[in-house]
Design a protein around this ligand. Structure first.
Ligand code: GUN
Ligand code: ZN
Length: 435
């Protein structure tokens, strides 16, 4: 039995702070102790309370000036788009054709997929992201490559091969039958191995035929433990194209609904232009939205209405949407989400932003029984944040008077520079200052 203890400020969320009083929604210990045993959280609390309960043989790692939080959860990201980040000048449909599809074609080469999978997971861990819901490409081997590396690193990761049988270059399309066979084979090969999960991943309604969307719905129904992961209502031209392609559908959400793709295990990236009615139907189905503020700003897609989504009861999480998004950092996404709110006249509370980046993501991915906070029994996926990572951050966090202010300063001034260490099941997997 191996025990480790870490002394630092500790913060995690227990509930959605828009639905529960602050005292119930979050737990914060300015001088805390996190005790980890056999990869799981054994205790999370005040140092003064827990220190006397530790055996004399347990070494305590002292981390003054540091904040320990659960690892972040990226609820929407594309691993093959590492090299698409910071593509200039295009909105969604152009951006796909000009930048993204060419980059994804390179994943026909398994060696390229293997190499990018390593870089992608390095980036997640360097940014303190310990779980993610990821798109692969249409190539089955692109998913094999990512799962293989994630298994080796023991990450709690959910991914899926893209389904796309029209509206894309020949080298990037599958068919109803190959999409079905590859998806079924990947589910058999990877679901439940280590900490891996599978998501049936039709890219969006523009690039799948009716028959392929129906097939995706059949697979999701046959495997109740898999997720459904797709894009929805991101960009006005995209939405117009979907209305042309599916004239019988009441709206974009209805396209997915007709094919059995809207349920509690569905995660819809963006939902920027989903109105009150669609948001209420999403909430009624128990589905989740992934708010991707950096991508929505960079691609000029629009301003997600987080307040409305919350009011309608939609579980909303945060996604980087790399490569549409410009950073792998969920800390940075908290700041970007705040800026989107400002442009709508809403003030996003820093604790709510932190909830979106941690427990809400775990809930969207249905892994909140394992991760998302550091309650005893959970898997010990956590990060050590350095509140003095830069001179300006040090100065500004020193002057912060409240936890909310400290979190907000982090969201605006910090990113991977503040992620000093990342742990997966109690094992150190990234150290910022390692030689
Ligand atoms: N819609 C369909 N494909 C994509 C993609 O790769 N990125 C984003 N942001 N939106 C999409
Ligand atoms: Zn995306």
């Amino acid at each position: 039995m191996s025990r480790q203890a870490y002394r630092a400020a500790l913060l995690h969320m227990l509930e959605d702070p828009t639905r529960a009083p602050a005292a119930e929604a979050c737990a914060y210990h300015p001088d805390g102790l996190l005790v980890v045993e056999d990869g799981h959280v054994a205790a999370f609390g005040a140092h003064a309370d827990l220190a006397p309960t530790l055996g004399a043989d347990v070494a305590v790692t002292e981390l003054p000036g540091r904040l320990i939080t659960p690892g972040f959860v990226d609820a929407h990201v594309h691993y093959p788009q590492v090299d698409v980040i910071a593509a200039w000048g295009a909105q969604l449909l152009d951006w796909l054709v000009t930048h993204t599809f060419p980059a994804e074609q390179a994943f026909a080469d398994r060696a390229h997929a293997d190499a990018v999978a390593e870089v992608f997971l390095d980036q997640l861990l360097a940014n303190g992201t310990t779980s993610a819901l990821a798109f692969c490409t249409v190539h089955k081997a692109s998913a094999d490559a990512l799962f293989e590396v994630a298994l080796k690193r023991n990450m709690r990761l959910i991914a899926g091969k893209v389904l796309m049988d029209r509206g894309a270059p020949a080298g990037l399309t599958d068919t109803v039958e190959t999409g079905r066979a590859d998806t079924e084979a990947l589910i058999r090969a990877w679901r439940g191995r280590g900490r891996l999960g599978y998501a049936v991943t039709p890219r969006f309604a523009v690039t799948s035929s009716d028959a392929q969307l129906a097939m995706a719905g059949e697979i999701a129904a046959a495997h109740p433990d898999v997720l459904v992961h797709t894009h929805m209502s991101e960009n006005p031209d995209e939405i117009a194209r979907v209305a042309e392609l599916f004239p019988q559908a009441r709206d974009y959400l209805d396209v997915y609904d007709r094919f059995g793709l809207v349920g509690p295990r569905s995660v819809f990236a963006h939902c920027v232009h989903s109105g009150e009615d669609a948001l209420r139907r999403l909430a009624g189905a128990g589905a989740s939205a992934a708010f991707c503020p950096s991508s929505n700003l960079l691609l000029g897609s629009g301003l997600f209405n987080l307040k409305q989504a919350c009011r309608c009861g939609v579980n909303t999480a945060l996604g980087t949407d790399v490569g549409g998004g410009g950073s792998f950092s969920l800390i940075h996404m908290m700041g970007e989400a705040y800026k989107v709110g400002q442009l709508r006249g809403d003030n996003l509370d820093p604790l709510h932003a932190f909830y979106l980046a941690t427990l809400a993501g775990a809930r969207a991915l249905h892994i909140d029984d394992r991760v998302g906070n550091l309650a005893p029994g959970k898997e010990a996926d956590f990060v050590v944040l350095d509140l003095a990572a830069t001179p300006l951050l040090a100065r500004r966090t020193r002057g912060a008077r409240t936890l909310a202010e400290t979190l907000f300063v982090l969201a605006i001034l910090a990113d991977d520079r503040a992620v000093e260490r990342t742990y997966l099941m109690g094992e150190l997997t990234h150290a910022r200052d390692a030689p």
